[in-house]
Design a protein around this ligand. Structure first.
Ligand code: CO8
Length: 242
């Protein structure tokens, strides 16, 4: 199965709209769909935070994936968000006051990549914002179906940090080094059409581990703290290069 094949598809919005509430989850909606109930369906459901990925949400996604992986009736899994946001990134408010020691010592994000280890095909149905960890979550899936209004981006630089779960690695393989560097260094977003045009297939190497440690290292800087605090306080960040 190829990684990060981007397909522009109007069905993404339909997938995002037609769900029923079930399961004992706080941050996601989970059900089995399709005529034969053989599609595992996970909808990120933190609408007020544009589906920002908090630790609890990612734990629940892992639990739902474990259940679908173990369910012999399920042949594939779909992960989606809302019309406005697939996910606007890792939860900045949750990360704002974390220290380097907490991130590094606790191996922050270690369990967040369960999606990439699922043996069954996982499809991301993306509409709206897929930013930071949201873009990374989509890229962990085997296939991305992107609605016309999907926007992919790695805006971590604007918060004084860097991608932490594959943004510098999978994005490079998905859209090529030049565009990936432009996106990571500017925080600029691309739409579904541009993502599709730029997408090509490459294998994933072991840059992810290094990236995670560098992500942790940004928590040792004042600028990372300032970037996230400025976001929460709704003001422009004043970076000091520290
Ligand atoms: N974390 C926490 N809350 C968020 C986030 C976020 N990432 N994004 C949006 N929200 C909240 C806002 O704070 C706001 O809440 P409130 O109403 O309480 O103030 C609410 O969602 C709505 O947001 P906005 O008012 O800002 O909505 P707009 O339509 O004006 O703007 C944007 C939408 C452009 C998406 C804007 O919200 C934004 O820029 N969000 C931040 C995007 C971002 O920087 N993402 C990267 C985060 S860092 C990261 O992802 C590190 C990755 C680590 C690995 C993860 C592995 C899976």
């Amino acid at each position: 199965m190829s990684k990060t094949c981007v397909t522009v598809c109007a069905t993404a919005s339909r997938l995002g709209q037609q769900f029923m509430c079930c399961g004992n989850y706080e941050h996601i909606l989970v059900e089995k769909r399709g005529e034969k109930k053989n599609v595992g369906f996970i909808q990120l459901n933190r609408p007020k935070a544009l589906n920002a990925l908090c630790d609890g949400l990612m734990k629940e996604v892992g639990q739902a994936l474990d259940a679908f992986e173990a369910d012999g009736d399920v042949g594939a899994v779909v992960i989606t968000g809302s019309e406005k946001a697939f996910a606007a990134g890792a939860d900045i408010k949750e990360m704002q006051n974390r220290t380097f020691q907490e991130c590094y010592g606790g191996n922050f994000l270690a369990h967040w990549n369960r999606v990439s280890t699922v043996k069954k095909p996982v499809i991301a149905a993306v509409n709206g914002f897929a930013l930071g960890g949201g873009c990374e979550l989509a890229m962990m899936c085997d296939i991305i179906y992107a609605g016309e209004k999907a926007q992919f981006g790695q805006p971590e630089i604007l918060l004084g940090t860097i991608p932490g779960s594959g943004g510098t690695q999978r994005l490079t393989r998905a859209v090529g080094k030049s565009l990936a560097m432009e996106m990571v260094l500017t925080g600029d977003r691309i739409g579904a059409q541009e993502a599709k045009q730029s997408a090509f297939e490459l294998t994933l190497a072991e840059g992810n581990r290094l990236e995670k440690r560098l992500f942790h290292a940004t928590f040792a800087t004042d600028d990372r703290k300032e970037g996230m605090t400025a976001f929460v306080e709704k003001r422009k960040a004043s970076f000091q290069d520290n």
